[in-house]
Design a protein around this ligand. Structure first.
Ligand SMILES: C[S@@+](CC[C@H](N)C(=O)[O-])C[C@H]1O[C@@H](n2cnc3c(N)ncnc32)[C@H](O)[C@@H]1O
Length: 210
């Protein structure tokens, strides 16, 4: 549980296309994010795959070589197949010289539960060019509280932030697809400043206040 309650850490929420923000904000040390699903960007599968690849390239260009990026992505069951987001994103990072340094399976429902629409687990995984994976920690964790269907679980946010802290110390945590601000909130509670970007004004309004 979060033990370091704090109300002085700063939170900045920007209503913008993340691509525009990433192009002009380089040298980021700590990014934690969940890239949107195809419905959220209103594109068919093949176009969405290309959009994810472009987004990975922009994230890499914005990230410092000694920085860390962590993704929280739930696969999709789609037309009789599984859309494996972790593999898609991993290929983009590995092919550009990044190492996979952080890996968790995050349970959103108990083992043995059947869900017809979405997998009951999410992948939490991260990369860096220079930072190495460190001390072992649990491989399978619970998501914790989720403030809506597409939200990142609070417990997963905490695990990602604490990993970054253990490897590169206190950094501003950036979520370029911040949604309703789960990463921003937990960062602030752990005494980290946070910056969130979201293309939807309504999401930004919630992200400012949760
Ligand atoms: C999976 S949700 C993020 C959920 C978030 N982790 C939370 O806990 O609330 C993805 C978010 O990306 C936003 N989004 C989609 N396209 C975007 C873009 N081009 N730039 C910035 N945000 C975008 C959506 O509005 C949505 O809120």
């Amino acid at each position: 549980m979060i033990d370091l309650l704090n109300d002085t850490a700063k939170r900045t929420v920007i209503n913008s296309d993340a691509h525009d923000w990433l192009k002009i904000n380089k040298g980021q040390k700590a990014i934690i994010t969940s890239l949107p699903d195809m419905e959220e960007i209103g594109q068919p599968l093949e176009d969405w795959i290309n959009w994810i690849k472009l987004t990975c390239e922009l994230l890499i260009n914005s990230l410092s070589d000694d920085g860390i990026i962590i993704f929280y992505q739930t696969d999709r069951k789609y037309n009789g197949r599984n859309i494996d987001k972790k593999t898609l994103i991993t290929n983009e990072f590995i092919s550009r010289g990044y190492n996979n340094i952080f890996n968790k399976i995050v349970l959103k429902q108990n083992p043995d539960t059947i869900n017809l629409f979405r997998p009951t687990f999410t992948n939490l995984f991260g990369f860096s060019k220079k930072v190495k994976s460190g001390k072992a920690s649990p491989d399978v964790i619970f998501a914790g509280k989720m403030i809506y269907k597409n939200a990142m679980g609070f417990n997963a946010c905490e695990a990602a932030i604490k990993f970054i802290d253990s490897k590169i110390g206190k950094q501003t945590i950036v979520d370029p697809f911040c949604g309703q601000g789960s990463v921003l909130k937990i960062s602030n509670l752990l005494n980290f400043d946070s910056i969130g970007i979201d293309i939807l004004k309504e999401q930004c309004e919630i992200a400012k206040t949760i």
